[in-house]
Design a protein around this ligand. Structure first.
Ligand code: PLP
Length: 370
């Protein structure tokens, strides 16, 4: 792989040299003081990211705990659901893309599910959410930034509805946390999950969760899969360990990546992501392309990933378009599931420079001209 190969896929994203080097250190036991120090560093920096992802630098949560898992965010999503309704209950999952659907599929295994579904790429109908959530609802799940379409969903508005009915609000912030605003208390979020290989810019393999005190009181670890018992994870996290063997090199890399975020500062980082996604949107629109997601007054385009409808002539042979990009040393993604061959997706998550954003635009423009 050439050193300047540019990954613009919506995860995994490029990792900096210091993050890569962290994986190259001599091995230690996951029960050693050295490892506990790594866990603690990662956890402290994650506390910062989870609670201070605001443009004004204000803090948005105080009483929760950040946990780190072996396993990607799908496992963290399942852990949240299973610890809340593992022995049954009522879940309202909001679905307007692949990852909203993933929450629904997870919930289907544990509880009774009453989804609010919208065509992928379109905005969730808040009236339908209001009409569906009621006093019997135990959990509401939603995705903040729908990676499959490029739409930023209205967590604040849904959080108000969940809070009105005292439902536990579980939010997938996998492609927003660490790159965009995320206000845990202000938005009534009880459990937030994120992945290492997205905005945190760490290698894939670990994920993180922030669980408020109120959510922790509702967890029933005995009802969850053995590996995902959050009561146990919380107990071990007190001593900066995981219940089972930690992926030591990945935890080390995560610690460095999240400390780098703290050094940049979340407000600065959010502004950079907004600037870069605006540049992508404006460049693609100037090329005569249409953004895929459909906004309404409650939604925004994603600030971390741009979904664009492929023009008709490219749909005849989308592989040639993606190959032309790859030949120029850049990688982007196509659509997922039924959106394959219909859209392309470009990420600006992590630590990209303006030069890399411009290179992405230039390369995609050249591929269209081929
Ligand atoms: N949620 C969202 C919004 C995502 O974008 C992804 C990955 O792309 C996931 C969850 C879960 O991903 P993983 O395959 O890392 O478990």
């Amino acid at each position: 792989m050439r050193e300047d190969f540019l990954l613009l896929n919506p995860g995994p994203v490029p990792v900096t040299r210091d993050v890569r080097q962290a994986m190259n250190e001599p091995m230690v036991s996951h029960r050693s003081a050295e490892f506990e120090a790594v866990y603690e560093r990662a956890q402290d920096a994650l506390d910062y990211v989870f609670t201070e992802s605001t443009l004004d630098g204000s803090s948005t949560a105080s009483d929760g705990t950040s946990l780190i898992f072996n396993g990607t965010a799908t496992m963290a999503m399942e852990a949240a659901v299973a610890n809340l309704v593992g022995d049954g209950g009522n879940v309202v999952p909001l679905v307007n893309g692949k990852f909203g659907r993933r929450f629904k599929r997870i919930a289907d295994r544990y509880a009774s599910v009453d989804p609010v579904e919208t065509t992928w790429g379109q905005s969730i109908d808040l009236d339908a959410v209001e009409a569906t959530v009621d006093d019997d609802t135990d959990v509401v799940t939603m995705v903040h930034n729908e990676t499959s379409t490029g739409l930023l969903n209205p967590v604040e508005e849904v959080g108000e509805i969940a809070a009105e009915y005292d439902a536990t609000f579980v939010v997938d912030g996998v492609t927003s946390i660490g790159g965009d605003e995320f206000r845990i208390d202000d938005w009534n979020v009880d459990v937030a999950v994120t992945d290492a290989q997205k905005c945190l810019a760490a290698p894939p393999g670990t994920s993180a969760m922030y669980a408020t005190e109120a959510a922790q009181e509702r967890f029933d670890g005995d009802a969850a899969p053995f590996y995902e018992d959050l009561d146990w994870h919380l107990r071990k996290a007190d001593s900066h360990q995981t219940p089972f063997t930690s992926a030591v090199p990945l935890f080390r890399a995560l610690a460095v990546a999240v400390e780098n975020i703290e050094e940049e500062g979340m407000a600065e980082r959010i502004e950079r992501h907004r600037r870069q996604s605006r540049a992508f949107r404006e460049a693609f629109t100037a090329m005569g392309l249409d953004l895929f997601a459909e906004r309404n007054e409650a939604t925004e385009y994603s600030n971390t990933l741009t979904g664009v409808a492929l023009p008709t002539h490219t749909r005849e042979n989308p592989d040639a378009f993606f190959d032309a990009i790859e030949e120029r040393g850049v990688s982007i993604s196509g659509g997922q599931a039924h959106l394959g061959g219909e859209i392309f997706r470009v990420s600006n998550m992590g630590n990209l420079s303006s030069e890399q954003i411009l290179r992405g635009v230039r390369t995609i423009g050249e591929a269209f001209e081929e």
